[in-house]
Design a protein. Structure first.
Length: 767
């Protein structure tokens, strides 16, 4: 039998759990019944005119038995005497001995039939043991059970640290399940993958994390993809149930952060393979506007559409009662002092928040964290809450402009140009360069201690730190703070140019160029000062890396630097070069010579080389035509010669698709032969790939063969047949369709002010 103490449930959560358990136990449907502060009823069941079956829920686990009995005798008994219910049931989170049950029955006589109608902590745990479906669907209940948490931590969970799981566990307290959860589970059951899309702060990530927990408890190995879908391709595991989770797979603010290496096709191929594999599921999240940009820019993604596999999380998915419960849970579990809670209750201010057109779970989260409100006066709390809903970035504007030092502001501005995660030592290197450049430009005073003091100042509110084997990783605490800093930089061209002047890492140029709002300023700066761009190019072509990736060493994982190749770096500079003079040509030509040496040694980056060819073709000046054509021919030969894996073929075939004029009939024939040879080698030695990986190989081969007219139909069919043979079909007991029932009520969308008043009245007991 479970042994939950129910402390992780809010009063609203406890009511829902009580309702679900009693409905199963008594095989009836209970109706929510709200009559404000004086009604005394949480649920009722009325079968006929002979009377009403009444249920009350008392979540007094923190207050204890004496408080419970006092409230029952002095507040609830007079109400029951007026209602005269046919039958009365009580549920409470307080542990009850047989004597205490008898005392409650006697105190509220004659309304109980017997002590069996009083359900204490142990009785509710007994019902949870009998009705496992209810236990399974109540994520925030079982997630806080220590044995179950240890079970998840010791399960095969890759790329998700213990600290991250603890954060997810804390988030689960605040989660309110809505129809998006049901929809996403249905999509995953029917298609094996689901794209969760929505505007920033609407709840995409927490929905994905709750789905991860939902499936991890059902025995799925969870793999979080951090940077590239290729991470998922590399994993083996015959017969294992696996859930892949790829958060912000298109980038947080723009496409160019993610899809610069033909990842669009690799994602499509992986999705197709997942769809045919009974033991795997894939969850991907993205901002809806970024997804729409991807459809416009990437024809393959647009063609696929994935309409049936997309779960849009928007405000319409949150019923009025959903929004009320989100706000209630955040206040209930927060450290807000009583006087701040009272401000929310005064004049029913909670209704203005719940019904606001820009209601956002993220804003609710931020503005119920008391540590963030230290500069907000009590009288200004609710007005600031409403103002933040009117303009979501206002939360960060006030803190950024008024409450932190210039050293801290400089650190945030600098960090926005770095990868979303980087080591603190790299951040420090870039910071000192930018801080000095800023001080010279504005005649500001700086100190050697600026970096350390800024780190302390920003800890928790803006930045978070995580200790790793190779150093401390830094990231933004909240995506919306990163959004604000990016928009601040885009609207301040002087500081943007200072960032250009002081760049220490290639990744900074990569990030700035990926921002649509920053690109015009970068272009203008390059045109106005080509010498500056020449200097930046020389420095950044050989600069050390600050980008981080998860690397596996046997059974262990750690974060390591992941440098951009010379081919990738030169391709980006060439992409920017048409906006410059020919001063860059000498740098490009030297880089091209270095790449030829890399090709001869076999150490070149095929994907970067394909991107470089694309950039070279676009770079068309009078002085460049004589040497670009032979260079492109040499690079194409390098892509055709010696591919060993299907992954090696992808950049070549995508280039054929994108730039067909570069390939003669003879060259196309060589490409087709290269594809066929790799196909044969895959079939001869599949390296004990599992069924899922075999299907992935077949999907990619088939899509590549269509581009270059290669004859691989036999190989594709053979790989799929081999995958079918290796499938371990799950038995009926292992059916991946996990049973659960929705906790949402059918009448939530029409929740009245009185319904919500009744809920929030329980907060007044704590003020």
């Amino acid at each position: 039998m479970p042994n939950y103490d129910f402390k992780t449930l809010s009063p609203v959560d406890f009511e829902i759990l009580s309702r679900d358990l009693l409905q199963e136990e008594h095989q009836l449907t209970l109706q929510s019944f709200t009559s404000g502060r004086d009604g005394g009823i949480d649920f009722r069941y009325s079968r006929d005119a002979s009377g009403t079956f009444v249920v009350q829920c008392k979540h007094y686990v923190e207050s204890g038995y004496d408080s419970l009995l006092h409230v029952l005798v002095h507040k609830e008994l007079p109400k029951l005497n007026m209602l005269k219910p046919r039958r009365y049931l009580l549920t409470t989170s307080v542990p009850l001995t047989p004597k205490r049950k008898d005392d409650i029955v006697a105190a509220l006589a004659p309304h109980f039939r017997s002590a069996d109608d009083v359900y204490g902590k142990d009785d509710l745990n007994n019902l949870l043991g009998r009705f496992e479906t209810i236990e399974r669907k109540t994520i925030k209940l079982w997630l806080f059970s220590l044995p179950l948490l240890e079970e998840i931590l010791h399960a095969a969970v890759r790329n998700i640290s213990k600290a991250e799981l603890e954060r997810i566990r804390e988030s689960a307290k605040l989660y309110v399940q809505n129809e998006s959860f049901d929809q996403a589970v249905g999509i995953l059951d029917n298609h094996n993958f689901c794209i969760i899309a929505g505007m920033p702060g609407i709840g995409k990530t927490i929905l994905a994390e709750m789905l991860v927990l939902h499936y991890s408890r059902a025995g799925y190995e969870v793999i979080k993809v951090s940077n590239d879908i290729a991470e998922a391709w590399d994993l083996k595991g015959v017969g294992a149930k696996r859930l892949f989770y790829y958060d912000d797979f298109l980038g947080q603010s723009s496409l160019t952060e993610k899809l610069r290496k033909n990842e669009d096709q690799r994602i499509i191929d992986f999705i197709h393979a997942i769809g045919k594999t009974p033991l795997a599921k894939l969850i991907m999240t993205t901002r809806e506007y970024v997804l729409q940009q991807a459809y416009q820019e990437y024809e393959k993604l647009n063609r696929e559409g994935f309409a049936d596999q997309k779960c849009i999380v928007d405000l319409s998915k949150y019923t009025r009662m959903n929004r009320a419960r989100i706000l209630f849970n955040h206040i209930y579990f927060s450290a807000l002092p009583p006087h701040f809670r009272a401000e929310i209750l005064a004049d029913r201010a909670y209704l203005r928040i719940i019904d606001h057109r820009n209601f956002s779970p993220r804003i609710v989260q931020l503005l119920t964290e008391y540590a963030r409100l230290r500069n907000i006066t009590l009288s200004n709390y609710v007005p600031f809450f409403i103002k933040s809903l009117d303009n979501p970035l206002a939360i960060w504007e006030q803190a950024f402009t008024k409450h932190i030092s210039q050293a801290a502001r400089n650190l945030l501005v600098l960090f926005a140009t770095l990868p979303h995660q980087c080591f603190m030592q790299d951040m420090e290197t870039a910071y000192h360069t930018y801080n000095l450049t800023y001080a010279r430009a504005f005649a500001a005073s700086i100190s050697p201690q600026d970096f350390r003091s800024a780190l302390k100042e920003l800890d928790g509110d803006f930045l978070k730190y995580e200790t790793q084997e190779l150093g401390v990783l830094v990231s933004f605490t909240n995506p919306s703070s990163a959004d604000f800093v990016r928009q601040y930089i885009e609207s301040n061209p002087i500081e943007l140019k200072l960032l250009l002047q002081s760049m220490a890492f290639f990744e900074q140029l990569y990030v700035l160029w990926s921002w649509p709002g920053a690109r015009p300023v970068v272009n203008r700066s390059i045109q106005e000062d080509p010498v500056l761009f020449e200097e930046i190019s020389r420095r950044l072509l050989t600069a050390s890396a600050c980008r981080v990736i998860t690397v596996r060493h046997g059974k262990t994982e750690r974060k390591e630097h992941w440098p951009h190749s010379l081919e990738e770096r030169l391709a980006l500079l060439m992409e920017m070069a048409p906006q410059t003079t020919d001063r860059l040509l000498t740098i490009v030509q030297k880089g091209a010579c270095d790449i030829e040496r890399r090709i001869q040694s076999g150490e070149y980056d095929r994907h970067g080389l394909a991107n470089l060819i694309d950039a070279l073709v676009a770079f068309d000046t009078e002085h460049s035509r004589t040497w670009i054509a032979p260079l492109v021919a040499t690079y194409i030969d390098a892509l055709i010669d010696g591919p060993r894996w299907i992954y090696d073929l992808q950049p070549l075939c995508r280039l054929v698709e994108k730039k067909p004029d570069l390939f003669s009939e003879a060259t196309l024939s060589r490409v087709a032969v290269a594809v066929e040879k790799v196909a044969e080698s895959v079939l001869e030695d599949d390296y004990d790939l599992d069924s899922e990986s075999l299907r992935e190989e077949a999907e990619v081969l088939e899509s590549l063969s269509k581009i270059v007219s290669a004859s691989v139909a036999y190989t594709v069919a053979a790989l799929r047949e081999r995958a079918n043979e290796r499938d371990k079909r799950p038995s009926e007991d292992d059916d991946d369709r996990i049973e659960y029932s929705s906790s949402s009520s059918s009448d939530e969308s029409t929740a009245t002010d009185e319904d919500i008043d009744s809920m929030f009245s329980t907060l007044s007991l704590q003020t």
